[in-house]
Design a protein around this ligand. Structure first.
Ligand code: HEC
Length: 153
């Protein structure tokens, strides 16, 4: 009886160890093939939308305009907070902000007509260009972030 208990205990411990090893940590960071294709599509669409809605001010290369328009290329402001970026693309932003150590204080107009998909495509484009971190920002996540925007401000 006692031996049975001990072997049961050992089996239980082993199954815990095995299941802990089974959940690979880096799997989450790797994009599936489907997401890789989606990422490419988002970037292509996002680039066109960016050219249409954003590049007048932020420039095609994302460097902004002197002290008036902040850069998107290598912008610490974008890296700090993805949700904030998604919200300001849709709702605009006013008041003083600091980007890469430089102060800016010009209002950026809202884009109320952009759909969550379009916001996702633009966001994915600007987060995968000009040295910014590689990631896909999916439409469902954007829809959820947009729902929460008002609460933050
Ligand atoms: C009329 C000019 C104008 C247009 C068009 C415009 N922006 Fe902006 N954007 C600004 C200004 C000015 C600021 C700084 C706002 C402030 O000082 O509060 C800004 C700030 C930002 C920021 C945060 C600061 C930074 O550099 O990281 C992001 C991100 C951004 N804009 C992205 C976009 C995207 C994406 C679009 C297109 C959908 C867009 N902007 C369209 C003028 C513009």
């Amino acid at each position: 009886m006692r031996q049975l208990l001990v072997s049961f205990y050992i089996m239980a411990m082993m199954s815990i160890v095995v299941s802990a090893c089974g959940t690979s940590t880096d799997q989450k960071d790797k994009l599936s093939r489907k997401d890789q294709i989606k990422l490419k599509q988002y970037i292509i669409e996002g680039k066109q939308l960016y050219t249409l809605h954003c590049s007048n001010c932020h420039q095609k290369d994302g460097t902004g305009l002197g002290k008036l328009i902040p850069p998107l290329a290598n912008a610490d402001y974008m890296a700090e907070d993805l949700n904030r970026t998604v919200c300001l693309i849709k709702n605009g932003i006013a008041g003083e902000i600091v980007v890469n150590g430089q102060q800016y204080n010009q209002p950026m107009p809202a884009n109320p007509k952009l759909t969550p998909l379009e916001v996702a495509e633009i966001t994915t484009y600007i987060y995968n260009t000009w040295g910014n971190e590689k990631r896909i920002i999916l439409v469902n996540d954007v829809a959820e972030i947009l729902n929460g925007c008002g609460n933050a401000d």
